[in-house]
Structure formats: C-alpha cells, structure tokens
Design a binder for this molecule. Structure first.
Ligand SMILES: *[C@@H]1O[C@H](CO)[C@@H](O)[C@H](O)[C@H]1NC(C)=O
Ligand SMILES: *[C@@H]1O[C@H](CO)[C@@H](O)[C@H](O)[C@H]1NC(C)=O
Ligand SMILES: *[C@@H]1O[C@H](CO)[C@@H](O)[C@H](O)[C@H]1NC(C)=O
Ligand SMILES: *[C@@H]1O[C@H](CO)[C@@H](O)[C@H](O)[C@H]1NC(C)=O
Length: 361
C-alpha cells in the first residue's frame, strides 16, 4: 500500500517514481481508471462511483452482514401509530407440544380493551423450517384473526438468508455441538426480532412462546419504569433466562448487534448480562413479584424437559399469625435491594425478605 506521510518528507526521484507506479497500479487494479472515465462521460456522479466501487470490492460479501435482510411478512402489519410497548415473541415448533396460542391468549385476555391500542405483539418464526413457519401462520390465522385485523398481532418470518453459519462452530462452554447450534440459531432469531422492532414503539419486552401473564401486567410495567430512578438498560419482569426483559426501543439495535456478533460464542442470557455492563447499568432490576410465568415443559431443544418455573411469580400474600414480639432480625445472607430480613417478621402484608449469595454446602 501507499505509505502514509504525516510530515513533509524528502524523497529522492527513485522513491517518487516507485511510489507513482505503486499508486497507479493500485488504482488500476481496483478499476478506478474506468470509473473515472465513466464519471467524466456520464452524469451519474457520486452514486455511480460508489456503486462501481462496491461491485469491485463486493463489500456485502466481505462483511457477510445479513442484518439488512428484510423480514418475510406472514400476517398483519406494523402499527401505524407509535405504541407504548412492543411485545416480541420468538416461536419454534416443538416436537409434540405447542404453547404459543396459550401465550397469546393469556396476553390478550389480560390486556384491558382500552390498553390494546397501546401494545403491539410481534411473533417471529424462522424459515429454516418452512413447514413450521406455515403451521404457525395457520394457527394465528385461525385463532387470532380478529386481533390481526385490529393491528394487535403481527407474524413475521425470519428468512434463511438472515443466518450466518450455524454448523461446525467452535464449542464454547464445553457445550455439545447440537447445543451450540441451537443457541447460536436462537441468538440470530432474537437479534432479528429486535432489529425489526428497534424504534417501533417506546419500549420493547421479549417473552418466550410458553409463558402466561397476570391481569394488569401493563400497568405494573409502567409503574416499575416510573419507580426505577437509576439508569437501567434492562428491566426484568421474570427471573428466568430471557423471559420478560424490557429494553428501550431506541437501544434495541445495540443489543441486537451484540447477539449477532457473538452469536456462537455465548448464550443469549450471558450476552444480556454483558449488555448491562456495557451500558453501565449498576446491578439488576428485577420486578418482584414477577409478571410472566414459564409453562412449557418441553424445551425448544428436542428431547429436553425443561421444568422450570419462576418462584417470584404472583406470590400470594403473607400469612400473618398473631403479633410478633419486638425483635432484631438479621440474616447472614446478603439483602437484595430493600427486601430486608425484618420484612419477613413484621406485619407489612406486601413485603418480604430476599437474600442473595446463598451457598449450598
Ligand atoms: C381467556 O378468556 C377466555 C374467555 O374469557 C377464557 O375462556 C380463557 O380460558 C382465557 N384464557 C386464558 C389463557 O386466560
Ligand atoms: C419442521 O417442522 C415440522 C412442523 O412442526 C416438523 O414436523 C418437522 O419435524 C420439522 N423439521 C425439522 C427438520 O425439524
Ligand atoms: C415439574 O416441577 C413441579 C414443581 O417443581 C412438579 O410438581 C412437577 O411434578 C414437575 N413435572 C414434571 C413432569 O417433572
Ligand atoms: C445485621 O448484621 C450485620 C453483620 O453482622 C450488621 O452489619 C448489620 O448492621 C445488622 N443489621 C441489623 C438490622 O441488625
């Protein structure tokens, strides 16, 4: 390449000649000479040059960046007005069980009619298995047609071109190959769904396709956003994996890039924690009681039972049995937030003790 010269430098004529030859060959090589003659002849101007250069370098190949691949519009459409909350739900076809309709019913049932205008539900399904994509399309058409018409529900397909290599990847965390493949695909699915929804509404929350929610979840979310004074990049409305994580839509593209750039190295929930650090969020903000409960027993990973449920979901009221005498209450567990040990003892019906750092011996 042509050496850079930041200070005036003295060269003898041999150097100058050599430089000229190198420079000329370089531009000849990238074909700028004929771009230039075209530029002189045609009036296409700047755009023409860029186009030609791009063709020569084949920039899109070099970067192998499929982030600009458009979504396949399966059902519904983006909302015309800016909504308060977009709810993203990536879905897959498990071998025997389908939970998506329960999830959608639960969200819709628990959204007051007057609030339905303020949310938008975007379901995403991968075209790596087209049969599955069309099956989801049929289900939504059959069961949620009125909500599609009202603009509440939209279904998009993630085109095959959106996926980078998902086979023969480096095996990090000592995960089996099929697991690396599964979580890499998951990262791309999430990244795609987030990119689609960047800037669409004010906030974006991501769920899984096997969760249910509670009456008034929307008001609870609004309240928690208002209450959280400290800077946050992610608010959590479930204590599990990647369920119920809320982002500002304007910051969604950053998370999407992270998921995409490290899609094969780390699982999504690890990347989410990195995101909080990168955004300089101090600590985690988990709304308790949580608002979304996990139901699916069958993981989207074939033959895996994933029987996990959120312990902090919709917890019942504390049972109060008589007056406790005055006492000092302390715990060797570290207190989480304002959930002090005293809360487990006093007569405040709503509060409780939450400790962290418990170790199993
Ligand atoms: C939703 O509401 C309908 C009618 O009120 C009810 O039959 C159904 O069980 C509810 N579904 C869920 C998942 O809450
Ligand atoms: C694709 O999805 C269909 C429908 O759910 C399913 O029957 C089939 O096994 C899937 N194919 C693969 C290769 O996973
Ligand atoms: C799942 O876990 C719950 C509670 O932890 C338990 O009651 C239930 O039997 C489990 N189901 C299966 C199929 O393992
Ligand atoms: C509880 O114990 C810790 C450590 O022993 C102490 O720092 C703290 O002040 C105690 N809190 C109360 C409420 O007594």
């Amino acid at each position: 390449m042509v050496p850079h010269c930041f200070r005036p430098c003295k060269r003898n004529w041999i150097e100058k000649f050599f430089l000229a030859v190198v420079t000329f060959s370089f531009f000849w090589y990238i074909g700028l000479n004929d771009v230039w003659s075209q530029l002189v002849k045609s009036d296409q101007g700047q755009r023409g040059v860029l186009q030609r250069l791009q063709n020569k370098f084949s920039l899109s190949d070099l970067l192998s960046d499929q982030t600009n691949v458009p979504a396949i519009r399966l059902i519904g459409h983006p909302r015309q007005h800016n909504v308060f909350l977009t709810i993203g739900i990536p879905t897959v076809c498990r071998e025997h069980h389908r939970y998506l309709h329960t999830t959608l019913t639960s969200i819709i049932n628990n959204t007051a009619l007057t609030d339905q205008e303020r949310i938008h539900i975007v379901v995403a399904v991968s075209y790596l298995n087209e049969t599955c994509a069309l099956e989801v399309k049929d289900t939504i058409k059959e069961l949620f047609n009125t909500h599609v018409d009202s603009g509440l529900v939209e279904l998009i397909g993630i085109p095959v071109e959106a996926y980078p290599q998902i086979r023969n990847l480096r095996r990090t965390f000592n995960d089996e190959e099929y697991r690396v493949q599964w979580r890499s695909k998951q990262n791309i699915d999430y990244s795609f769904l987030m990119n689609i929804n960047a800037y669409r509404g004010k906030y974006y929350i991501q769920l899984e396709d096997d969760v249910t929610t509670v009456q008034g979840y929307l008001q609870e979310i609004e309240k928690y956003i208002e209450e959280t004074i400290e800077y946050w990049a992610i608010l959590e409305f479930s204590s599990l994996g990647f369920i119920g994580k809320l982002f500002r839509s304007s910051e969604l593209q950053k998370m999407a890039s992270l998921l995409r750039n490290f899609y094969s190295e780390q699982p999504c929930d690890f990347l989410m924690v990195h995101f909080m650090h990168l955004m300089v969020q101090k600590g985690r903000f988990v709304k308790i009681p949580t608002l979304f409960q996990h139901h699916g027993l069958h993981s989207s990973l074939p033959n895996l039972l994933r029987n996990v449920s959120d312990k902090f979901y919709s917890m019942g009221e504390k049972t109060l049995n008589g007056d406790n005498p005055t006492a000092n209450i302390n715990s060797s567990l570290r207190t989480y937030g304002a959930y002090h040990p005293m809360n487990a003892y006093d007569n405040n019906e709503k509060s409780f003790f939450l400790g962290t750092d418990a170790k199993r011996w």
